[in-house]
Design a protein around this ligand. Structure first.
Ligand SMILES: [Fe+2]
Length: 193
């Protein structure tokens, strides 16, 4: 049976890893992969990551129109992105098209709402989490969720994401309709955004 508590505030996960990784080292790990990493492997990288603003400042780019997706590293087996969110910006309700995904909250407070698919085809929320800086959360296949910056006006949010294999075409869902749409994410500064 699924958990039904809502608005749970999670404390940052304390890393038990003995070594610390820089952002460049995690990017190198992704570039040097020879197979798709597991959810647990990616969580271990993120738990061991020492997040320093001077290391990620060049990827800390926001856009007014929607949350910005800034590419850090990409290989055939995984991709690493920094997403930057102004207050109010959010994803659609989506799955990951068969990829696993891990999120590290770098700045701000992340709201994540989990959904389940009903027999009729629409989706229904069953849990909401609030993630603080340092939190690591993973989405296994076939999780359906929505990420939101619901902080007050002027409060930005920065998140680090790893998807394995890299995201291709995702499905988006609605709580009001059984219609499933195909959705392809773009990179900020790339074509189409
Ligand atoms: Fe997602």
């Amino acid at each position: 049976m699924r958990a039904t508590d809502t608005n749970t505030l999670y404390e940052p996960q304390i890393s038990t890893a003995t070594s610390e990784l820089s952002l460049d080292e995690v990017a190198d790990s992704i570039n040097n992969l020879t197979r798709v990493p597991s959810l647990e492997e990616i969580k271990d990288w993120f738990s061991a990551l020492l997040v320093r603003q001077r290391d990620y400042d060049r990827y800390r780019v926001f856009t007014k129109r929607k949350y910005a997706r800034n590419l850090i590293a990409r290989s055939s087996y995984a991709e690493l992105l920094m997403l930057c969110w102004h207050s109010g910006q959010r994803t659609p309700i989506h799955d990951h098209g068969g990829s696993v995904g891990v999120v590290l909250l770098v700045e701000g407070l992340l709201t994540e709402t989990m959904y389940e698919r009903m027999l009729e085809g629409h989706v229904r929320p069953y849990n909401t989490f609030k993630w603080g800086p340092g939190s690591v959360t993973g989405a296994d296949v076939p999780d359906i969720h929505q990420l939101l910056n619901l902080q007050p006006e002027g409060r930005d949010m920065v998140t680090l994401h790893c998807y394995a294999p890299p995201l291709a075409v995702l499905n988006t869902f609605s709580p009001r309709s059984s219609r499933v749409r195909r959705w392809r994410e773009d990179f900020t500064g790339g074509a189409g955004i």
